[in-house]
Design a protein around this ligand. Structure first.
Ligand code: UDP
Length: 354
């Protein structure tokens, strides 16, 4: 990545798209998708949790420009936005573990950084897709969370809730800029997106447990493991994000993008062990040990995807077992497991899955 941005002008009427956080897990898949669709793409990433390696497959593409910088720097944001038609804003401090450990950094990036991106978009007349999160619903355990469902948040002094708080403010900023200053913005709320390149380093459960299963280590399931999530594959999410951004009916609206199947974390661990033919066992770890005293988890988080389905035909179709195999193959191919990685009984079958 170069610290010195170069700004080739948009050629042949192609769309020029800025992706903040484009070197991250979801961002890198989006960048690949946009390049394949013919966009010129600018990536702005501070490489704090993302990695240039995530973009290795497209690094030589002449239509890709990569800028190493922070959304906290408004000059950098303005430079990156230069002659862009639209921006997908994914840069954020993410991961429950990271947020709990560094709440101040999370608040600054997720609030000040996002406002920098929104104001630069207005100035450059670029449209925005703000990527938000199911965390905004907090502890609401409704059967199906709709976009207008209530938010149920805990004590704001608990760092666990700073992410949900900051993302809620981001959405409110986006709506206010849309209503008062004409910003063309749509919002998506991602529910536990999973897939290759996601790292378990910041607490995300699926790559964490897959890595443990590959090593033959115990799978650490927090609490009683009966909390549930609906995991959605990045391959299903990315095309829907692009279609939503393009649709004029999405302006000023929020859309859930989540998985269809509700599964407990305990069952997820069992499914990972079975899929990877691992000899690992499952270990229940108390929340206080996993995070900090007083940590609050979401007991359940189930999306209603109807709104995105009705707008752009969003349908989560990738089975969880396919994602587990893809994540395992990715971890093995990237040698992220370190020297204690154990060859798997069925490892050969992962080849060609990705
Ligand atoms: N979790 C777990 N073991 C891990 C990491 C996470 O049991 O190694 C749990 C976590 O407590 C939560 C669920 O898995 O109940 C999903 O966690 P993640 O951080 O991936 O996403 P969240 O839905 O909490 O944002």
């Amino acid at each position: 990545m170069s610290g010195v941005p170069v700004f080739p002008s948009t050629a042949g009427g192609r769309t020029r798209t800025l992706v903040t956080g484009g070197a991250g897990f979801v961002g890198s898949h989006l960048v690949e998708h946009l390049l394949a669709a013919g966009d010129d793409v600018v990536v702005l990433d501070d490489l704090s949790t993302g990695s240039a390696r995530n973009l290795a497959g497209v690094a030589d593409n002449p239509r890709l420009e990569m800028i190493h910088g922070s959304i906290l720097n408004s000059k950098t944001v303005a430079q990156a936005m230069h002659s862009c038609d639209r921006v997908f804003h994914l840069a954020a401090a993410v991961g429950v573990k990271l947020i709990v450990e560094q709440p101040l950094r999370g608040l600054r990036i997720n609030i000040h950084g996002t406002e920098n991106v929104l104001t630069a978009a207005i100035e450059h007349k670029a449209s925005v897709l703000l990527v938000s999160t199911s965390e905004v619903y907090g502890k609401n355990t409704a059967d199906r969370l709709r976009e207008d469902s209530d938010r149920v948040l805990g004590d704001p002094l608990l760092s666990r809730w700073t992410y949900a708080g900051a993302k809620g403010i981001d959405e409110a900023f986006a709506k206010a800029y849309c209503d008062q200053e004409g910003l063309d913005v749509a919002i998506v709320r991602l529910f536990n997106t999973v897939g290759p390149r996601q790292t378990g380093r910041y607490g995300m459960v699926l790559p964490n447990l897959v890595g443990q299963a590959l090593r033959g280590h115990p799978l650490t399931v927090f609490g009683d493991g009966l909390q549930t999530r609906c995991f959605s594959a990045v391959e299903d999410i990315v095309p829907a994000m692009v279609r939503i951004e393009r649709d004029p009916r999405a302006r000023g609206q929020a859309y859930n993008l989540g998985g269809a199947r509700e599964i407990s974390i305990l069952d997820l661990a069992r499914e990972i062990i079975a899929t990877l033919d691992s000899r690992s066992e499952i270990e229940l770890v108390p929340y206080e040990q996993a995070y900090a005293a007083g940590f609050e988890d979401m007991r359940r988080r189930v999306p209603d995807n109807t709104k995105a389905h009705d707008l752009v035909g969003y349908e989560p179709t990738t089975p969880l077992t396919t994602t587990i195999m893809r994540v395992a193959a990715d971890l093995l191919s990237r040698e992220r497991l370190g020297s204690d990685a154990m060859p798997l009984a069925g490892a050969g079958s992962f080849r060609g899955v990705v």
